[in-house]
Design a protein around this ligand. Sequence first.
Ligand code: 5GP
Ligand code: MG
Ligand code: MG
Length: 187
Amino acid sequence: MALHSHIQKVLWTQDQISCRVSELASEISDDFRSIQPPPVVVGVATGAFVFLADLVRKIELPVPVDFVRVESYGSGTESNGAPTISFDLKVDIQGRHVILVEDIVDTGNTLSCVTAHLESKGASSVTVCTLLDKPSRRKVNFELLGKIKFYRGFECPDYFVVGYGMDFAEVYRNLPYVGVLKPEHYK
Ligand code: 5GP
Ligand code: MG
Ligand code: MG
């Protein structure tokens, strides 16, 4: 199939992702089981849509689900460094705990923008659940801020990855695994 032939290397298979998503969902279910009202799950569009869809179907709590959209990447592989919220929540998060779902945390600029936004809308706490984490490229250190708990699926090596919601120039989001493109397709 043309789509799969663009991939040079698969980093995490569909099965590996599915197992890890189940583990994350059961940790979240356990950690939030006694919290009332239940947390609101907020995905960062578009990249988190596949991960969020799989994750929420394995979370055993009655959680509202919503999205924000953040513009930070163009069609290339480098962040422009100044993310802005371009589509806002419908669900009221005033006084609610929020689980912020991301596909990948890279520099951390997007997360710090979204976290500040959620706090400005009255979230009582923000917890991050990201499928992938690239700590080698971090510019914002959330742990040092001391207030954000992180659930992470996998630590990602310093590649620009695609699939499972993640794009290059809006393509490849529908790959069921995470991989790296052949160099000729990063154009
Ligand atoms: P940050 O603001 O942390 O630098 O980047 C966050 C966003 O950039 C992620 O949510 C994701 O949408 C995009 N991004 C960062 N690294 C990658 C990558 O390796 N592949 C893809 N497709 N997107 C990435
Ligand atoms: Mg994202
Ligand atoms: Mg993108």
